[in-house]
Each structure stands twice: as structure tokens, then as C-alpha cells.
Unconditional design. Sequence first.
Length: 140
Amino acid sequence: MKRAALGARALAVLVDGLVTFFAFGAALSFVTGHAHVHGSSFNFTLSNGGAIVWSLVSWSYWIVLEAVYGTTLGKRLVGIRVVGPDGKKPTWKASAIRNLLRVVDMAPYFVPYVLGFVVALRDDERRRLGDRVAGTRVVS
């Protein structure tokens, strides 16, 4: 298995970020009554309990899809997937660990994933911190 290029991984994260932010955020805002449509414009807000629910749903998106399929929508779009040490899809535990550690990998938050990118550049398998701790790799 060939390691996935960092550019493909970045594009996948961007796509998945758009899905989780806009699709899940907008849907949750409609449910909680915090979505506003004015003519052709649309905006929404997430605060308090809604923001917590959105965070849980978003993390679940990555954890569940990677544990069940080894990929997310963004990863599937660019032709990459997550594997465990055995080359098969990651375990639930590994998927949870690698994705919960996104909080660290995303630092600094004003330029997301700089830390994850630097850590991946320094690893032969191009693994970010979450992958190192979980024992996973992203391959094409």
C-alpha cells in the first residue's frame, strides 16, 4: 500500500470539513430554530447545546465512517483510506483515537492543521499525531 499524498489528505479534510460544518451545522440549526433565510441568503448559528451536539455529530462522522468503511466522503473522493497495522480498516478504538486527536493536530486554530502537517512531514509514513498514537496510516 502506498502512503497517501499530503495534498490528497488536505483536500479530503477540506471536503469533510465542509460536509460537517455546512451540512450538519445547517441541519442542526434548522432543527433548533437557529437557521435564517432572507431572500437568497442563508445563515445559521450554533451555540450552547447546539454547538456541543454539532461537535459530537461531526466527530462521529469521522469515527464511524472510518471504522465501518475505512474512509469518509472526502477520502473516498480523492481515493485514499485509513488502515490499521494489519492493512485493514481501523478498529473502532483506533478510529476514535486518531479522530479525537484532531484537536491537537488542528493547532494552531487560526491556521488549522499546521501542527498535524509538520508532524506528518517528519514521519516516514506521513502520519499525523493522531495516526501515530492510533497505529493507523492513510494510504492510496
